[in-house]
Design a protein. Structure first.
Length: 348
C-alpha cells in the first residue's frame, strides 16, 4: 500500500498517535505523554504531520510552538519533538517525508525557525535530508556538589549512599536577596523576563505564561520555581527538578532567567538551588550554559563547567533550520547567541 502524508487531525488522530508512541518507544512514563507534549500553549496550536498506510498511522512529526526572540524581534519558533516511525515501516523514508511536510507547513504559517535536540542517529537525518544546521558544542554544564558520592556512583553504579529527602527552607535570605518558592504562573516572573529579555539574542520567551504552561501542567515532575527579589524588585528566577541520571542523583536547572544588573540575585538563586539539591541527596547540578549574557556569567562564577561531548552520559545534539525570511540567518546558527535550557527539551 502507498502512504499518505497529511496534517495531524485534532479530534480524530489522538488515539492512533498515542498507540504509535507505544509501538515506537514503549508506554509513556509519568506525565510525559504525547498529549502533554502537544498541549496548546502561549504560542497557540503546535503543527503536526502524520503518515498513513491504509487506515493506520505509521509515522508522526510535530513542532511545539513557542514564542521566541531572534535579535530584537519576537517571532514564532518550533521545537521538533515526537518524531517517530512504526518499527514495521522503518526504512521507507517516512521520517523524512513527514518532517518535510511539517517544515513546509511551519514556513507557510510564518514560523521563523524549527529546531530541536536529537541523538546521533536522528541528528544525521535532521542535518542531512531535513537541512537543519548543527549548533555546537552542546552546552551541557555541571557543578559537582558531592565528589565522593559521584565518584562512588561512577565506579560502581547503584552503590552510592542516597540521602532521604529533607525539608528545604523557602524564603531564605542570601546576601540581601530574598529567595522564595513560588507558583509557575506568578506574575512577578513577567517582571523578571521584561528586564532580562534584551540580553537574550536567540531563545524562548520565558515569562509567566511560559512557566505556567511548561511547569504548571505536570505535577508528577516535582518542578520547583525559585524567585529572587532584591530591594522589592523581582530580578531573577530558577526552575529546579530532582532526577536520577544513569544511576546518579542529580538536580536539573530547567530555567535560569536573570536581569542584566542582578549578579547578587544569580548567586543567591544558584546557592539556593545547591541547598535544595543537597536535601535530596544530589551529587551534582546540571544546566545548559547560555551562549552569553548574565545567566551564563552567574553559572560560570558558581562553578558550572561545560562537559566535553565525549564525556556526555547521553549524546544529545542541537540543530536549527531558519524558515522564510530567516532562512539565511547567521544569528540562528551562532552558538554564542542561543539561550538554551533544559526547559527547551522534552526529556527533563
Amino acid at each position: 500500500m502507498g502512504e499518505v502524508i497529511r496534517d495531524f487531525q485534532a479530534g480524530s488522530d489522538e488515539a492512533a498517535v498515542a498507540a504509535l508512541w507505544t509501538r515506537a518507544f514503549g508506554a509513556p512514563r509519568g506525565g510525559q505523554t504525547i498529549d502533554w507534549l502537544f498541549r496548546p500553549g502561549p504560542a497557540g496550536v503546535s503543527p503536526r504531520s502524520v503518515a498513513v498506510v491504509g487506515d493506520r498511522i505509521v509515522a508522526h512529526a510535530g513542532g511545539v510552538a513557542v514564542r521566541a526572540r531572534v535579535g530584537s524581534e519576537e517571532v514564532l519558533g518550533a521545537y521538533s519533538v515526537g518524531a517517530m516511525t512504526d518499527p514495521a515501516y522503518q526504512g521507507r523514508g517516512l521520517f523524512f517525508k513527514v518532517g518535510l511536510h511539517l517544515y513546509a507547513r511551519l514556513e507557510r504559517e510564518g514560523f521563523a525557525f524549527v529546531a530541536g535536540f536529537s541523538n546521533a542517529k536522528s541528528h544525521r537525518l535532521m542535518t542531512g535530508p531535513l537541512k537543519r544546521r548543527p549548533v555546537r558544542p552542546f552546552p551541557w554544564a555541571v557543578r559537582v556538589l558531592r565528589p565522593v558520592h559521584l565518584l562512588r556512583s561512577l565506579v560502581v553504579p547503584g552503590t552510592a549512599d542516597a540521602r532521604a529527602p529533607q525539608a528545604w527552607a523557602a524564603g531564605a535570605s542570601h546576601g540581601g536577596v530574598e529567595v522564595a518558592s513560588v507558583e509557575p504562573g506568578d506574575p512577578r516572573l513577567d517582571a523578571v523576563w521584561k528586564r532580562a529579555a534584551a540580553s537574550v539574542k536567540v531563545g524562548c520567551v520565558r515569562d509567566a505564561a511560559f512557566a505556567r504552561w511548561r511547569y504548571g501542567t505536570r505535577p508528577d515532575a516535582g518542578y520547583r520555581v525559585l524567585l529572587a527579589v532584591r530591594a522589592g524588585e523581582p530580578c531573577g528566577y530558577l526552575v529546579y527538578r530532582a532526577m536520577r541520571l544513569r544511576g546518579i542523583e542529580a538536580g536539573f536547572l530547567l530555567d535560569f532567567v536573570l536581569s542584566p544588573d542582578a549578579a547578587p540575585a544569580g548567586a543567591a538563586l544558584l546557592g539556593a538551588a545547591a541547598e535544595l539539591a543537597r536535601t535530596t541527596g544530589a551529587a551534582l547540578l546540571s544546566a545548559l550554559l547560555p551562549g552569553s549574557g548574565p545567566a551564563r556569567d552567574a553559572l560560570r562564577s558558581a562553578g558550572f563547567l561545560r562537559i566535553p561531548e565525549r564525556l556526555h552520559p547521553q549524546l544529545i545534539r542541537f540543530s536549527v533550520r531558519g524558515l522564510g525570511r530567516h532562512a539565511g540567518s547567521t544569528l540562528l546558527t551562532d552558538p554564542k547567541a542561543w539561550h538554551l535550557s533544559w526547559a527547551d527539551t522534552d526529556v527533563v
